[in-house]
Design a protein around this ligand. Sequence first.
Ligand code: PEP
Ligand code: MN
Length: 333
Amino acid sequence: MIAVLKSGTTPDQVQHLVAWLKNMSLDVHISEGAEVTVLGLIGDTSRVDMDLLKSLDMVETVKRVSEPFKQANRKFHPNDSIINAGDVRIGRGYFAMIAGPCSVESEEQIIEVATAVKASGANILRGGAFKPRTSPYAFQGMKGEGIQLLLKAKQATGLPIVTEIMNISTLDLFADVDIIQVGARNMQNFDLLKELGKTRKPILLKRGLANTLQELLMSAEYIMSEGNENIILCERGIRTFETYTRNTLDLSAVAALHELSHLPVVVDPSHATGKAKMVSPMACAAVAAGADGLMIEVHNNPSCALCDGAQSLTPQQFDDVCQRVNRIREAMA
Ligand code: PEP
Ligand code: MN
């Protein structure tokens, strides 16, 4: 439930009202805009007398929020959120160009790729250290050592880094990681989400292979309900009957998530298509649809990649994507 207060309501009156609402075992999220203050009532609002609330002098309107996600909901946080990662901002016009290999494989590899993608315009470096693989016999990532190599690449290039967590027991290893990724397969690992909610790290939350947008937003809500509001949503394709592509890129998710939520939305055309040749057109389409960023897999030698070589771009191909994306962003500005 959302209560919009009349302009001119004093901080004292707001505090008084908040105390009264909290007395009904509700959490109250206060959003102060330039003109109006909006209260988001979280919890069991069934006991709140809407008519009584509406009748108060300081209250402009009261609305029930039908969606079950509250803190991620644009209805009571009308402005786009901006997420800070290192000195990079994401959202409300700030664009994230996240690039790097599927997996960190060696110091030379990650430094070479990081240097190349930075020169082309990437502002965040990706690289998997803990890899969720379909087969237990496939390369599982360099784990803690992979994170150390990412930190070296961060030091060498100045790029903030994003890497995936699979188990909360490894959280200590992520102390200097700028953005923690929750991969598609863990989108509904609610215990993991709740623990990440207790940190203040930016979280890149990827949509699950077979999850609805509402389920994605409810997963964001798990993190936010523990106090961490630094979330970036990621559309990375969903599973459909189509087999030509690895997944089916749901670009309508960008527009829908922007309508439903204030959180930034980035698109991963690499995992969405599984094909290097399709990354550029889908990256362009995502930008045209209003994405707040892209996440693209780049490898210095895709044919020898230990993971996802078929969808990885060479640094030169990535450079070409950056130029196209820049032209589209300029045209849209
Ligand atoms: C990844 O980004 O490395 C990854 C494993 O992606 P997803 O979780 O979207 O499959
Ligand atoms: Mn990958």
